[in-house]
Design a protein around this ligand. Sequence first.
Ligand SMILES: *[C@@H]1O[C@H](CO)[C@@H](O)[C@H](O)[C@H]1NC(C)=O
Ligand SMILES: *[C@@H]1O[C@H](CO)[C@@H](O)[C@H](O)[C@H]1NC(C)=O
Ligand SMILES: *[C@@H]1O[C@H](CO)[C@@H](O)[C@H](O)[C@H]1NC(C)=O
Ligand SMILES: *[C@@H]1O[C@H](CO)[C@@H](O)[C@H](O)[C@H]1NC(C)=O
Ligand SMILES: *[C@@H]1O[C@H](CO)[C@@H](O)[C@H](O)[C@H]1NC(C)=O
Ligand SMILES: *[C@@H]1O[C@H](CO)[C@@H](O)[C@H](O)[C@H]1NC(C)=O
Ligand SMILES: *[C@@H]1O[C@H](CO)[C@@H](O)[C@H](O)[C@H]1NC(C)=O
Ligand SMILES: CC(=O)N[C@H]1CO[C@H](CO)[C@@H](O)[C@@H]1O
Length: 480
Amino acid sequence: MKLPLSILTGVCAATCALASTYQPKFRISPIDGSKIALPTKEQLDFQDKEIGVLIHFEIATYLSIDGCNNVPNLVPNPSLFDPTLINTDAWMDTTTALGAKYATLVAKHNCGFTNWPSEVTFQNRNNETVPYNYTIAQSPVKGKNVVKSFVDSAQKYNVGHGLYYSVVVNNYLNVQDSDVRAGSWAPGQVNITNGTYDQIVLDQLSELWRNYGSLTEKDKIESLLEATQPQAVIFNGCDTDGNCLSANSIRWIGTEEGQAPEENWSSGVTNDGGDPKSPYFCPAECDTTLQTDDRWFFGVDQPLRSIEEMIDVYHKTVGRNCLLELDLTPDRSGLIPANYAARYKQLGDFISSCYEKPVGSHAAHNTDENDVYTIKFDYPTAIDRIVLMEDQTNGQVIRSYQVLAKIVDSQDANGTLAVPFTLVSNGTSIGHKKIDIFQKAVSVTEILIKTTFVDTPKWRSVSVHLCDRLAANGTSTEAD
Ligand SMILES: *[C@@H]1O[C@H](CO)[C@@H](O)[C@H](O)[C@H]1NC(C)=O
Ligand SMILES: *[C@@H]1O[C@H](CO)[C@@H](O)[C@H](O)[C@H]1NC(C)=O
Ligand SMILES: *[C@@H]1O[C@H](CO)[C@@H](O)[C@H](O)[C@H]1NC(C)=O
Ligand SMILES: *[C@@H]1O[C@H](CO)[C@@H](O)[C@H](O)[C@H]1NC(C)=O
Ligand SMILES: *[C@@H]1O[C@H](CO)[C@@H](O)[C@H](O)[C@H]1NC(C)=O
Ligand SMILES: *[C@@H]1O[C@H](CO)[C@@H](O)[C@H](O)[C@H]1NC(C)=O
Ligand SMILES: *[C@@H]1O[C@H](CO)[C@@H](O)[C@H](O)[C@H]1NC(C)=O
Ligand SMILES: CC(=O)N[C@H]1CO[C@H](CO)[C@@H](O)[C@@H]1O
């Protein structure tokens, strides 16, 4: 069984301060006395997944605009939702071709439509008990259940799954900023109190958690979460004052462009590159789209970002210690369009051909008494990048590093002359993974990695690669 994942939609700033009982776990550096934030097993498992997809597929798939954000009076007619070819196994074919290890489905977005047949009922302002009848069961594909079908496919493909439920906006219930708007009601909206809204959210989350294993937030949600989903990893689970819903929190990187700052720590609670001194271990997630213009729901004739741009996204997210969560958007038929599927596969193929097999894997790897890491090759070996991974079991401890190499390109093909070491890359944060692409491919006989740290570093892996050759096949690798 894969770990169920949870996605929280960012109202923690308003509610975590009230909710929080969680204290950060850290240890004190034996070297300089600074705090070293400690991870949970769930956080490390989550970072290991490296790539996930976020599947946007509900009533907004049938709108020309990108969802019900900022159109509080719009309640699209449920008769629009008519995916005649829906095939969630095909979604998983694409997810695995990309190399993603988890998938999160948007179960309810801002229009209020649920793509599972919610059976929640509630009281309206006339004190009548009415059904939450803005669901797939009121659509032309009545009888289908996208959430169940998605979860079944994910389990069949051994892909971790999560569900996303937005709490902040619900047009059907006339909710904006987590509150029922007092004032006007548009056609299709029902009239409820704030208290009823909170109850509906809890009831729908319980329905999802009980039946499909997953998700989310707000103060009462904290206890529900602890009771039903103790292992769930919570996106935006901490506010900037360090109030957290869960020890298993991850943070948003602060942009939807698909890039982390080059310096990006596993600790910190702010929506940016984080903070090496923070006592909160809270890795970053970088969410972004394949479609251009930050478009998340399927857009008719919406162009896709080029493979070169997506490779760059991979290097600036996974290659900078950030989880890449890439949008996956089925079209109105319920299938992933062929050109989209091809682009995800192209990216997955690039990643595996470039990174699966290091060059010189038989070379001797050693750490000397000064904690300098060395790789010695038997013969000059061409490389154009290095992949560094820290073992973060006891926290992220490296604070900066330099990669030096004996480059023998034009000097001594046999590596017998006394060749000086040259700096080929350097930086600060490594964490789960850091990928450094060199200016150009070089032929080397030896590599040294020097670090500064707050405790003796443990490497999880250090590998070198040569991917320039992929460029010849139309898959350019772009210098970093
Ligand atoms: C609904 O019930 C509440 C609490 O019992 C009561 O205060 C209110 O007047 C009732 N509203 C209507 C329309 O009957
Ligand atoms: C939903 O329920 C309300 C109140 O019971 C009713 O007026 C409305 O027609 C129903 N809508 C659908 C799509 O069934
Ligand atoms: C819900 O609460 C908000 C914030 O307190 C308030 O502004 C709004 O009027 C309330 N809505 C209703 C329908 O009472
Ligand atoms: C919603 O309920 C409130 C309180 O009963 C009432 O004042 C208001 O007119 C109702 N609005 C609609 C659109 O039914
Ligand atoms: C490399 O070794 C070969 C064979 O021993 C020798 O012929 C050649 O001159 C050497 N090249 C250099 C640059 O030392
Ligand atoms: C990397 O090396 C360059 C050149 O020596 C230096 O200017 C830069 O500050 C270094 N960066 C880091 C993060 O050490
Ligand atoms: C590049 O294309 C050539 C010819 O189709 C093929 O033989 C080679 O394996 C490809 N290289 C990579 C790295 O995909
Ligand atoms: C290189 C870079 O962008 N570093 C940033 C990493 O994140 C910290 C904290 O947000 C910033 O202060 C750095 O500028």
